[in-house]
Design a protein around this ligand. Structure first.
Ligand SMILES: NC(=O)c1ccc[n+]([C@@H]2O[C@H](COP(=O)([O-])OP(=O)(O)OC[C@H]3O[C@@H](n4cnc5c(N)ncnc54)[C@H](O)[C@@H]3O)[C@@H](O)[C@H]2O)c1
Length: 252
């Protein structure tokens, strides 16, 4: 069984310019991991890199659109050539739609599925080649409890469908990659305090909090902590799992 210590590893965290991805990148860097910071927005990605470097960590840019195979290939080729490839992949980049299903256009549907689901598929398959060769890898996908309740709180039915796809992809990929020493797991965050939810109306906020046992949104670090747990070298016996981190919203 191959085991790699944190300091020997490179992690690619997608959508790490802000929110949960940024918190995850900082947390992994604090453990000694070299973090490749992906975001479609180069400015916020570089802010995350500067913060990690200022804290004495190691960070490198991996700018690009996770839904674009050309960008994804470029990112993984560079990481392989310059840094020996990705040991930890955190598929965090995501977008949300707020309008009712009836108002969603074909273009909007395709976009949300492309970023939230195809992006996960593309990064898994490109990262897994190197992981399989070395016989070690940790993949953590960021789904959502919307995968279970079907969206609807924010009008996000398409979002829920994309995140349910991520949950299924997690289980299937775990089965296929287990013989190669790669674990594939997911977190299902509930309401989390990030720019994604900042624009939420008071009415929606009150409605969501009413369904939670812990009457506050999570801080991004509380989601990042579970991602880092699943990404740990010692977590090799957990695979195909989805973990709710939702303040008691789901209770299943
Ligand atoms: N905030 C919540 O309440 C919550 C709840 C459940 C799940 N999630 C999930 O957690 C993840 C992070 O959410 P967040 O709240 O931090 O969101 P956020 O909007 O604050 O951050 C998402 C980041 O992803 C980047 N991004 C968007 N499209 C991209 C693309 N095509 N390629 C690369 N980067 C891209 C954005 O630029 C942004 O920096 C998402 O997958 C989201 O669906 C969030």
């Amino acid at each position: 069984m191959v085991l790699k210590h944190w300091e020997q590893q490179t992690a690619l965290v997608t959508g790490a310019g802000r929110g949960i991805g940024r918190a995850t990148a900082l947390m992994l860097a604090a453990k000694g991991v070299q973090v490749a910071v992906n975001d479609i927005n180069p400015d916020t990605a570089h802010e995350t890199i500067e913060t990690i470097l200022a804290q004495g960590g190691r960070a490198i840019p991996a700018i690009g659109d996770v839904s674009n195979e050309h960008d994804v290939i470029h990112i993984h080729e560079e990481l392989l050539a310059q840094h020996g490839g990705v040991d930890i992949l955190v598929n965090n980049a995501g977008v949300i739609l707020k309008q009712p299903l009836q108002e969603v256009t074909e273009h909007e549907w395709d976009h949300i599925l492309a970023v939230n689901l195809k992006g996960v598929f593309l990064n898994i398959t490109h990262a897994a080649r190197h992981m399989a060769e070395q016989g070690y890898g940790r993949i953590v996908n960021v789904s959502s409890i919307a995968a279970k309740h079907g969206g609807g709180y924010l009008g996000n039915v398409a979002y829920g469908a994309s995140k349910a796809g991520v949950a299924s992809l997690t289980r299937g990929a775990a089965r296929e990659y287990a013989p190669a020493g790669i674990t594939v797991n997911a977190v299902m965050p509930g309401f989390t305090h990030t720019p994604m939810t900042d624009a939420m109306s008071d009415e929606t906020r009150t409605r969501i909090l009413a369904g939670m046992l812990v009457k506050r949104p999570a801080e991004p670090e509380e989601i990042a902590r579970v991602i880092a747990f699943l990404a740990a070298p010692e977590s090799g016996f957990i695979t195909g799992e989805t973990i709710d981190v939702d303040g008691g919203a789901t209770l299943d």
